[in-house]
Design a protein around this ligand. Structure first.
Ligand code: ADP
Ligand code: MG
Length: 631
C-alpha cells in the first residue's frame, strides 16, 4: 500500500520535533501512558451508557514491555481502540495551524509542556524511535488495523490482527549516539522511575514484567551457608494509582504541585500559587487550584475557555467545567473531585446541579481568600499576579451590573501619585486627610502622561493622592463601584472637584468677569465644546479640556474604539487659566481683532485636544495656524 503523507503542517512540526529541539526526550512515555489512560477512560464512559458493556476493573490496565534484543518498547492498553477512520484522523494530523504559528514564535519556551499543549503527544514517540507501529482494534469493531510510520515521510495503514479491543504501540528505538543512549529506555529501573516521576497517579494499573532476586530457601542444617538468590520474573504494578489530590498536603512538596500542573498542561508557565483544598461537610470535595504566573497567550480572546477539570470519585467527567468558576476568576486552573456528584450526569443537568453550585460558591470564596492573603502576605507576588490578571478582576467589577463588586473591590490595585506604585483602595482611603472628601483619580494612557496632565495640578497641589488609571476598563470599574468606604470617586477633570477652595470661589468671579469673551469663544467652538470657562484647577498650564456629566473624555475614547460604537460624546468643557500670560493675549485680541481671537481659540482648543491624547481635528489647519503666529 502506498504511503500517505502527513498533512503539511504536521510534517513541519514533526520535523522540528524530531530534529531534537526537545531536550527532554523521556516525556514520550508519559504521553503514551496518558493516551492509554484516556482510552480506558473512554471505555469507562461507554460502560455507563452501554448495557452490554460491563466495566470490570481487573480487565483494564496499561502494560509496558521492553524487548532488549529487538530494541523495542511496547505500550499496550485495553482501552477503546481506534477505527481506521480514527487512526487516520488522530494520527495523521498533528496540530492546527494556529497553534503551529504560536509554536514557531515560542520555540525557546520550555519545550515539553508545549508538546502536550497542542495535542502532539503521540508524536513525541519519534523523539526516541525511528519507527512506530500501532496495532489497534476499536471496541465493537470486527477488524484491527496497523498504522506504521518512520517519521516525517508519511505513514501507512493496513489491516492487522488483534483479538481484544485496545491498542498496542511499539517503538523501534533509534540507534544509540554519542549523546544519547536510547537503550536506556529498555532498562527496567529507568522505565520504573519514569512511571513514578510522571504517571504515578494514573488511575489504572501500569504493569511491567520485572525481574526480582529472591533468596532460595536453604535446606535444614545448612544455616550458616551463604544465602543463595534466584531471579524470578513477575508482573508488577508500578504506579501507586493514588491521585495527588487524595494525598495529604504534608506528603507533598511544591515540586509535586508544579509537576502536576505541567503534567496536566494547565499552563506552560510555573504556577504562581497553588491551593490544595480538602473540604468535608454538607458537600465534600478535593481540589487543587492554581493561579498561573503568566497570562496565557489567548487569555483576553474569545478562544480562551475557562473551567476546571471535574472528577467524580476519581473519574474524570469533564475537561473544562465552566460552571465551577466565575468569569472574574477565569484564570484559575486545576481540578475538583467530588463523591457527591453522580457519574452519568449530562452537561445540561450538571449546570443545574445543586452540589455543583455549592462547590462553585465554596471555591469562589477560597480563591478570594487566597488572593487576599497573597495581597497581605506576599505583596510582590500579588502585584505580579495583578499585572497578569488584574484586568479580569476589573472586568468583573464592571460586568453583571456590578453584582460582584463587593467580592472584588478589595483586590483592586491602582498606581498612586504619591507612592508611584500600586495601592489598594483601602490603603488610599485610610490615609486620606480629614478635609479630603473624595477619592481622586486621573486617566490616561500611561502614568508618565497622566503625571503631565494639567488637570491634576490643583488636586496634587492640595497634597491629595491621585489614583492613576491607565487601563481602559479602569474608569468604568470605578463608576460601577461609585464609592469605597463611603468615599465617592472623582475624576480630577470633573466639573466640581469638591475642594471648597479659594480657587473655586475665584473661578466663579473670573467667569462673571469674562462672560462675554467665553460666550464668543463658545460660539467659535460650536459643536465641539459645551462650555468655555475659567479654570480652578490649572496652575501653570494655559488650557485643558474637562467634561461634565457621567461620561468622561477617556470613556468616550474607549467606547468609540469599540466595534459598532455609536458616536457617543462626552460633554466637553474648555477651561482656561486666567492667570496665564496667554490669557492676556487672548483678551487683548478679543478687544480689537476678531480674526486673531478665532485663531487663538482654535489653537488653544487643539492644544487641549492634544493634551488629552485626542487627535487634532485638522492637522494642516493647526500647523498653518502656528505658522501664522510665528511670522
Ligand atoms: P491528545 O492526547 O492530546 O489528544 P495525542 O497526540 O496524544 O493528543 O493523541 C492523539 C489522539 O490519538 C488522541 O486524542 C486519541 O484519540 C488517539 N489515541 C492516541 N493514543 C491512543 C490509544 N492508546 N488508544 C486510543 N486512542 C489513542
Ligand atoms: Mg495525548
Amino acid at each position: 500500500m502506498a504511503k500517505q503523507q502527513f498533512k503539511a503542517e504536521s510534517k513541519r512540526l514533526l520535523e522540528m520535533m524530531i530534529n531534537s529541539i526537545y531536550t527532554q526526550k523521556e516525556i514520550f512515555l508519559r504521553e503514551l501512558i496518558s493516551n492509554a489512560s484516556d482510552a480506558i477512560d473512554k471505555m469507562y464512559y461507554k460502560a455507563l451508557t452501554d448495557d452490554k458493556l460491563e466495566f470490570n476493573k481487573e480487565d483494564y490496565f496499561i502494560k509496558i514491555a521492553a524487548d532488549k534484543d529487538a530494541r523495542t518498547l511496547t505500550i499496550t492498553d485495553t482501552g477503546i481502540g481506534m477505527t481506521r477512520e480514527e487512526l487516520e484522523d488522530n494520527l495523521g494530523v498533528i496540530a492546527k495551524s494556529g497553534s503551529l504559528a504560536f509554536k514557531s514564535e515560542n520555540e525557546t519556551k520550555d519545550d515539553h509542556t508545549i508538546i502536550g499543549q497542542f495535542g502532539v503527544g503521540f508524536y513525541s514517540a519519534f523523539m526516541v524511535a525511528d519507527k512506530v507501529s500501532v496495532v489497534t482494534k476499536a471496541y465493537g469493531a470486527e477488524e484491527a488495523y496497523v498504522w506504521e510510520s518512520t517519521g516525517a515521510d508519511g505513514y501507512s495503514i493496513e489491516p492487522g490482527e488483534k483479538a481484544a479491543p485496545g491498542t498496542e504501540i511499539t517503538l523501534h528505538l533509534k540507534a544509540n549516539t554519542e549523546d544519547e543512549n536510547y537503550d536506556d529506555y529498555l532498562q527496567e529501573y529507568r522505565l520504573r522511575s519514569l512511571v513514578k516521576k510522571y504517571s504515578d497517579f494514573i488511575r489504572y494499573p501500569i504493569k511491567m514484567d520485572v525481574t526480582r532476586s529472591v533468596p532460595v530457601e536453604t535446606p535444614e542444617g545448612e544455616d550458616d551457608a551463604e544465602p543463595k538468590y534466584t531471579e524470578v520474573h513477575e508482573e508488577e504494578t508500578v504506579n501507586s494509582m493514588v491521585p495527588i489530590w487524595r494525598k495529604n498536603k504534608s506528603e507533598l512538596t511544591d515540586e509535586d504541585y508544579e509537576k502536576f500542573y505541567q503534567e496536566k498542561r494547565y499552563g506552560f508557565d510555573k504556577p504562581l500559587k497553588h491551593l490544595h483544598l480538602k473540604v468535608d461537610g454538607t458537600i465534600s470535595y478535593n481540589a487543587i487550584l492554581y493561579i498561573p504566573e503568566k497570562t496565557p497567550f489567548d487569555y483576553y480572546t474569545k478562544e480562551y475557555e475557562k473551567g476546571l477539570e471535574l472528577y467524580s470519585s476519581g473519574v474524570l467527567i469533564m475537561n473544562k467545567c465552566a460552571d465551577l468558576l466565575p468569569d472574574y476568576f477565569s484564570f484559575v486552573k486545576g481540578m475538583v473531585d467530588s463523591e457527591d456528584l453522580s457519574l452519568n450526569i449530562s452537561r445540561e443537568m450538571l449546570q443545574h446541579d445543586r452540589q455543583l453550585k455549592a462547590i462553585a460558591k465554596n471555591l469562589q470564596n477560597k480563591i478570594k481568600g487566597a488572593l487576599q492573603s497573597l495581597l497581605k502576605d506576599e505583596r510582590e507576588k500579588y502585584e505580579s499576579f495583578y499585572e497578569a490578571f488584574g484586568r479580569q478582576l476589573k472586568f468583573g467589577v464592571y460586568s453583571d451590573y456590578g453584582m460582584n463588586k463587593d467580592v472584588l473591590q478589595d483586590l483592586l490595585l491602582f498606581t498612586s501619585s504619591k507612592e508611584k506604585k500600586p495601592v489598594t483602595l483601602d490603603e488610599y482611603v485610610s490615609r486620606m486627610p480629614e478635609d479630603q472628601k473624595y477619592i481622586y483619580y486621573a486617566t490616561g494612557s500611561s502614568v508618565e502622561r497622566i503625571e503631565k496632565l494639567p488637570q491634576t495640578e490643583l488636586v496634587a497641589d492640595k497634597g491629595f493622592e491621585i489614583l492613576y488609571l491607565t487601563d481602559d476598563i479602569d474608569e468604568f470599574a470605578l463608576k460601577m463601584l461609585m464609592s469605597y468606604k463611603e468615599k465617592e470617586f472623582k475624576n480630577v477633570s470633573a466639573g466640581d472637584l469638591g475642594l471648597d477652595s479659594d480657587e473655586e470661589k475665584k473661578s466663579e468671579e473670573d467667569n462673571q468677569e469674562n462672560a462675554e469673551l467665553f460666550a464668543e469663544m463658545k460660539t467659535l467652538l460650536a459643536g465641539k465644546v459645551k462650555e468655555v470657562r475659567a479654570s480652578k484647577r490649572l496652575k501653570t498650564h494655559p488650557v485643558c479640556l474637562t467634561s461634565e456629566g457621567e461620561l468622561s473624555i477617556e470613556m468616550e475614547k474607549v467606547l468609540r474604539a469599540m466595534p459598532n460604537s455609536q458616536n457617543i460624546e462626552a460633554d466637553k468643557v474648555l477651561e482656561l487659566n486666567v492667570g496665564h500670560e496667554v490669557f492676556q493675549s487672548l483678551k487683548e485680541a478679543a478687544g480689537k481683532d476678531k480674526d486673531k481671537l478665532a485663531l487663538y481659540t482654535n489653537l488653544l482648543y487643539n492644544q487641549a485636544l492634544l493634551i488629552e491624547g485626542l487627535p487634532v481635528e485638522d492637522p494642516v489647519e493647526f500647523t498653518n495656524a502656528i505658522c501664522k503666529i510665528m511670522v
